[in-house]
Write a protein that binds this ligand. Sequence first.
Ligand SMILES: [Zn+2]
Length: 508
Amino acid sequence: MKTTSSFLLLALVGIASAQDVSVAGGGHGGPNSPRKPLVTSTKLQQEIHSSNLVKHAKQLVNFSKLSNGTRAFGSVAHNATLSYIKGLLDKTNFYDTVYQTFPYLYSEGSATFSANGSSYSTSWFTYGPAGDVTAPLVIVNDLGCEASDFPAAVVGKIALIQRGTCEFGRKIALAGAARAAGAILYNNADGAIGGGTLGQISRPDVGPYVPAGAISGLDGQALVASISGGTEIVGNIHVVAVNENRYTSNIIATTKTGDKRNIVMAGAHTDSVPAGPGINDNGSGTATLLEIALRLPRFSFTNAIRFGWWTAEEFGLVGSGHYVTTLSEQEKQKVAIYLNFDMVASPNAGHFIYDGDGSAFNLTGPAGSDHIEKTFEKYFVSAKVKSAPTQFNGRSDYGPFLDARIPAGGFNSGAEGIMTAEEAKWWNGQAGVAYDKCYHQACDGIDNLNIPAWIVNAKGAAHGIATYAQSLKGIPREPRAPAREVQATKLSYDQRRHLACGGEIFSA
Ligand SMILES: [Zn+2]
């Protein structure tokens, strides 16, 4: 499936480029359509209306209801999001649009633990299996890193294991090998264990995983003291979890017109975190690019425009990484720039432009990224809205493009960071409050959108796309050095998940 769809994409792009040389510099809506006006920033901005943006956002909210309030990748709601985008694009007959489909592991869950009537603050381990176990607790010797640490009494019981020395996954699999019914791991410091992982989906060489949870060191020590004192403690572990491979898709849409040797690319991720519907993160970017794509057929342009709606960004830039790594070197060279829009309608909005020239944060993008930053700076000046730089650290879908040395840029309206007093004056916002107080939560719904900020940003996205569709002046177009390995794909599953928007672990 993976190979087939990638080949299909490359084949389509290849055919299109061969045809397109004759119309480069012109641009027609179709073979028989009358000549259209060349796109300009002003004209495209005039096409962007908040009512249409909100209409798309409401659709995404409705889709989220199909999947218990989430649009996480692989869910019915996420697939409905993709069908909605592709359906609207296909109606325009203006794009070559493909699904780029591939499988990726989905792992999500939560755990609770109670014992002798008290409930404990408990965290789940990534990859941990679902289950419900009620049984007495049995203390495991030493640190539970060897099969011999598990006493015979643990059969059918809940193994109580201290953290340390070996991986969580080994301890939980050894508990399974010892035929324990479940396991509770307690920290080797007083506090809680947050965001733990079993490290691998399974460990057949060690044993089967059992339902497991993690509690604080203080809670664990208290349980050990009671049990050692002769008290029987019956515990209940309840784990809700889904661990499965899911097929999911990027949508790649390229204008049939414009020079496909010089592609202006813009992208936004379509998936949400499991915890919520993701209407600001990133329904806002998704809808912004969709609305621009639906308005472009009124214009002609010099350079081809390609949209990437990325899947599974929240699991670590998975869709954008897949796209970049499966694109041939020749096709990568044709992508002149990449513009990223991830969270553009935050309720307590800032206007943060990626620091492509490295002037503020000393992380400089590929040559041309500086030009993109200036293009957006000029836009915000023209819109009479203050802008500020934000670190160009690769923690959204532009990361894989940086690895491919493709100049990139974009802006966002802020995530879990707290607005300062100075910023509150710039943006008429609330000091001491997060830019998005519903970041990665169930409340990231329609009421979480800041419509005035969104319209400024959507027009800003239109400005960037129109400017570069007209001319790539200022962007180096000599062949670039071959891509570095895409950094995100070299990371472990858990490290990748830290790369999601804002870089938080949402399973913790
Ligand atoms: Zn995001």
